[in-house]
Design a protein around this ligand. Structure first.
Ligand code: ADP
Length: 332
């Protein structure tokens, strides 16, 4: 179950991290899909370059694996600037953060992934840093306490979050540019798969790419992972580097990924709601207790795609399984 679960979950694994370095698009022109967003970033980048100013702070929101980190790297590349990468949970103390901020040069990009998971103290440091490139910190206690002001170089903060709803509004308001990334269309995923296959040195035809794209849950990270698993099957079953459609079908069958890209865990969630809760509505906490899975994982990673394809419905009283999902699972 764990192995299967990992395959279609959009959270990053160590293997993804290694391949994503070589497969990551470098330029905006290599970034497939999300056309409006790419066009808007292009304008912002060109305008900042013409004015010779740093870019405005940018916030990317959307489910994991849709290209938020890739975009931050692309922007640093397009702006010819350095990038420092960190994440909300990684910055534990305000002291760590002061170090990061004071090391930034003019025009540098600071990318903070999972910015909604930053601690409140660290977040409060960020406000003056974002707004006026200043930080104030207090040294010593009681009568000896002194506030030290520090001027920072003008930098660009790029934040990424899977849940913009969890972001405090003072933080959200300090971003000049806000972009939401949505799930990709199968045609765009097929292009991403074709490009990745070329870089990995394997061949596959349009039909095989379309089969993978249909099961990739609108997510490039999953598309690339399924491509790599299909490559393994091609190598072992046929001894060739060409991935034929029948090999993709075989791989998906073995990995228990169905025609909609659902795995055993998705089907289990739907079945639990149908069988234990009479189809819903059921609250996320109850569901998380029954499934023994963190409610955040359900809300961030599993649920968005089920909502997107119309298998789940969110109501004020909880989650409900739809008729479409019943038919897919063939449950009356
Ligand atoms: P996120 O930060 O949103 O979780 P990443 O930027 O790490 O997602 O992207 C996950 C993987 O998908 C990376 O390997 C990246 O190369 C690939 N990818 C994402 N979006 C695209 C895209 N539009 N075009 C090509 N590859 C993409």
């Amino acid at each position: 179950m764990d192995e299967v679960k990992r395959i279609v979950l959009n959270q990053e694994t160590d293997e993804d991290r290694v391949t994503s370095i070589s497969l990551r698009p470098e330029r905006l022109s290599d970034f497939i899909g999300q056309k409006d967003l790419v066009a808007n970033i292009r304008v912002a980048v060109d305008a900042a370059k013409q004015r010779q100013e740093p870019l405005e702070h940018m916030l990317f929101s959307g489910p994991p694996g849709l290209g938020k980190t890739s975009l931050a790297h692309i922007i640093s590349h397009e702006m010819n600037s350095r990038i420092t990468v960190t994440s909300g949970p990684a910055i534990e103390r305000a002291g760590d953060f002061i170090g990061i901020l004071t090391n930034l040069e003019a025009g540098d990009i600071l990318f903070i992934d999972e910015i909604h998971r930053m601690s409140k103290t660290v977040e409060e440091f960020l406000y003056p840093a974002m707004e006026s490139f200043k930080i104030d910190f207090v040294v010593d206690k009681g009568p000896y306490a002194k506030t030290i002001n520090f001027n920072l170089k003008p930098f660009t903060l790029i934040g990424a979050t899977t849940r913009s709803g969890l972001l405090a509004s003072p933080l959200r308001d300090r971003f000049g540019i806000f972009h939401h990334l949505d799930f990709y269309e199968p045609a765009d995923l097929a292009k991403i798969i074709m490009n990745a296959a070329r870089k990995l040195g394997v061949t596959l035809d349009n039909e095989a790419a379309a089969l993978i794209a249909a099961r990739a849950r609108g997510t490039p990270r999953i598309a690339i992972r399924l491509l790599k698993r299909s490559r393994d099957f091609a190598q072992v079953e046929t001894g060739k580097s060409a991935i034929e459609p029948k090999i993709v079908s075989l791989a998906m069958e073995r990995l228990k990924i169905d025609s909609q890209g659902l795995d055993e865990f998705d089907r289990k969630i739907l079945r639990v709601i149908l069988e234990n809760y009479n189809g819903g509505p059921v609250g996320i906490e109850a569901l998380s207790a029954t499934l023994n899975e963190e409610s955040d994982t359900i809300a961030d990673v599993v649920e968005p795609y089920l909502l997107k394809i119309g298998f789940l419905r969110r109501t004020s009283r909880g989650r409900e399984v739809t008729e479409k999902a019943r038919q897919h699972l063939l449950i009356p």
